[in-house]
Design a protein around this ligand. Sequence first.
Ligand code: FRU
Length: 502
Amino acid sequence: ILNSVLYRPAIHYTPKINFMNDPNGLIWDQSTKTFHIYFQYDPTAPVAGNQHWGHATSKDLFHWVDQPVALNIGSDGLHIFTGSMVIDTENTSGLFGNKSNSNFVALYTRGNLETGIQDQGLMYSSDGGYHFTPYEHDPILTLNSTQFRDPQVQWFPQYNKWVMAIALSREHKVQFYESQNLTQWSLMSEFSGGIFGVDYECPNLTPVKDQDGNSKWILFLSINPGMPLGGSGTQYFIGDFDGKEFVAETNSTQLLEFTKDNYALQYISQGSILNGNSSYGENAFIGWVGNWQYAQTTPTGLWRSALTLARNYTLKDNEYNQTLLLQSPLNLESLRINSEAVNTSVSLNSTNKNISMEMPIVSTALEINIKGNFSKLPTNATAAQGRVFLRFANSFDEYLEAGLDWGNGGGQLWLNRDQLKGFNDPFYTGKFSAATDVSKDNFEWRIILDASVIEFFADEGLTVGTMTYFPKIPLTELYLESPSGESVDLDVEIIPLAKTMN
Ligand code: FRU
């Protein structure tokens, strides 16, 4: 019970009790100016098992109102797996009495635990996404497969049709279907690529703009198990979708993150047909902070799992001309308590190798922005590495570390949660690293620290890591060190973020 409080985030969504996994049916309802999130939820236990759709609403993606479970297991006993939500404003399905912005339709996977069959079901709501009725002619789509799941449906005004992306998981295929009415579907194409793992899960095809304003598509694809870092994780492909087929620009896949605790993301769909492109104005997604290797044994007590903050995304070319995803936390500025912020400049060098400071208010989340400048080392092969690192520490000798190594013209950043003692699991690995740009002799990090979730953004959001972390007592101190005495100038900003979760 103590842990339930100690590890409970201040600004990341978590259920009050029991187990959450994938975000489902994320949607912005323009007519009521409300965000809806649904999520895989077991209302009976803090482990996965009885899969339902939990539900919460928000005006700003930070303050959440918990709603009653939205999709319940019916008398057929079929479990309710991952899926998506659309607003059928034009009543294309014929399920509603009239055209209305309140016509919500959930499309999801029905899991038959006896036969193992996974097929696709539909439930509809005439009250804007609160109360749902099962469609009487389910399933709307079946292949009699035991590994066919996670439909993502969206309306394409330019083609005047609905399109579904769905995983034929064990065959490592993403299938694309089309429909006029949400209940009858025909196969258009298949996509296969990247890391296969055991299962493909949770495909998510989302529009995106590149740096020059060109429209492209990203296909996010989750894998479980079998990611390079172990267990589950998300990869993505950048490409084009012509209404029928997704074609990736390159054969190579990209990993969403360099850590292993962000899974099954969904982008926030913009809602109804009538509203067309009028939206809240951002491309954003939310992921599940978890890894199936240990998500059901984390030490959080009565509740388990958080969602990531909503992240804005665009595309950007990196220094090697590769087009990559650029991520940043959406509207985080709105939570800043500037009057309590700490701003300081620190110079580390051979006579002053380290410094430590107390962090302001630790009962809420913190945003920590670090800008560093270092003297570049010679780029010959024998050049020594420079290193600078920080620790978020407590008086129990526990710390969470982030560091940067540079030399030979290249750079590597790393995170390390090995020195925290709150959770032991053989798969709960501690050290993660990523290539980072040090060509300009400086770096910029943005870190969100929230009780048991850290989100780490470097290289303007090209390099991102989400991690759970479990100290025995809160981390209250910031320690910075340049161990070899290389000169590093640091601007450190620590900004408390107003608590939004109860
Ligand atoms: C992904 C996943 C989905 C499935 C859901 C069940 O984490 O395995 O493929 O629909 O979780 O909870």
